[in-house]
Design a protein around this ligand. Structure first.
Ligand code: NCD
Length: 309
């Protein structure tokens, strides 16, 4: 049985296959409309979510399956003190596959050790968010036609942003990847990722504070929200929250074929005036998130699909 805890759980070849499947799903959705008939997905969300929970649910519904779950810790027995391992043993009796989001790093890993169904990590604290990474990879591949030879700017809260951590882990396995890490000093990428992931894989990167300095050299600009819920005090958050605001003026510095991605939700870091720019790809990214999660559910449930027909 397979789980998805980190993007590294799939080899590059397996990822390519998964992204191909997602593309086939996009092209021929009717072919997959009953592929999960009789299967149930449980979404166990101990932290707020709009896209990640509902896109997993939409994915299962699009495949002809059913869904169940809870969307906050308060409405589950966690509020009574139940452990993650007891909860997952229970859910294993009800569903065929589950997606779990938890504020504690490693909680989905604990779950998969006690689960008899595949567990998808839908975000664990400031650690990883592998299904967002699958979404990001599919989006980049579709927009640019490749995942290799690319300069990626990661901007905002690189310290707590789990989407950034997972994306870096996944992208360093492709040829010719360079990063420009754009953040205030306090929100720099954690040292363990700089050393263990970037340096160890000899990935070229630079760290800059000003977004304007980075814009002209990017193929992709990945904006992120300052992760309010992970700050120890409100004052620091207030000081940091509007550090970057991408607006029409700054977009003039970017190449014609540089796309802007954002895992969303956005707060102030991308001005709404950018939404009409053809390079703003964050809502297309949301749609890709459904196709890629459909592909993921089929893969983890090991449901055979013939992509030739
Ligand atoms: C992200 C998350 O939850 O980490 N959202 C998402 O799943 N698309 C990003 C964020 O909350 O800032």
């Amino acid at each position: 049985m397979r789980h998805l805890m980190s993007p590294l759980d799939f080899s590059v070849e397996e990822l390519d296959k998964l992204l191909d499947l997602a593309q086939d799903i996009e092209a021929k959705p009717e072919k997959y409309a009953h592929a999960c008939a009789g299967k149930k997905l449980a979404t166990l969300f101990y932290e707020p979510s709009t896209r990640t929970r509902l896109s997993h649910e939409a994915a299962m519904l699009n495949l002809g399956g059913s869904i169940m779950g809870f969307s906050s810790a308060d409405s589950s027995s966690a509020a009574k003190g139940e452990s993650v391992s007891d909860t997952i043993r229970t859910i294993s009796c009800y569903a065929d596959i589950c997606a779990m989001r938890h504020p504690k790093e490693g909680a989905p890993m604990v779950a998969c050790q006690h689960s008899s169904i595949p567990v998808i990590n839908a975000g664990d604290g400031g650690h990883q968010h592998p299904t967002q990474t699958l979404t990001d990879l599919l989006t980049i591949r579709n927009l640019k036609g490749r995942l290799e030879n690319m300069t990626i700017g990661l901007c905002g809260d690189l310290k707590f942003g789990r989407t950034v951590h997972s994306l870096i882990n996944a992208l360093v396995r492709y040829e010719g990847i360079r990063f420009v890490l754009i953040s205030p000093e306090e929100l720099r990428l954690p040292e363990y990722i700089r050393h263990d992931v970037l340096d160890r894989n000899s990935i070229p990167y630079e760290e800059v504070v000003r977004l304007e300095d980075a814009m002209p050299k990017l193929d992709i600009l990945y904006m992120t929200r300052v992760q309010k819920e992970r700050f120890f005090n409100e004052e620091d958050y207030v000081r940091m929250k509007d550090f970057y605001i991408l607006d029409r003026e700054k977009m003039k510095l970017a190449p014609e074929d540089m796309y802007v991605l954002h895992p969303l939700p956005r707060v102030n870091e991308i001005s709404v005036e950018v939404d009409d720019d053809p390079r703003a790809a964050y809502f297309r990214q949301v749609q890709y998130g459904v196709y890629v999660r459909m592909a993921l559910i089929l893969t983890l449930l090991d449901i055979p699909v013939d992509q030739q027909s």
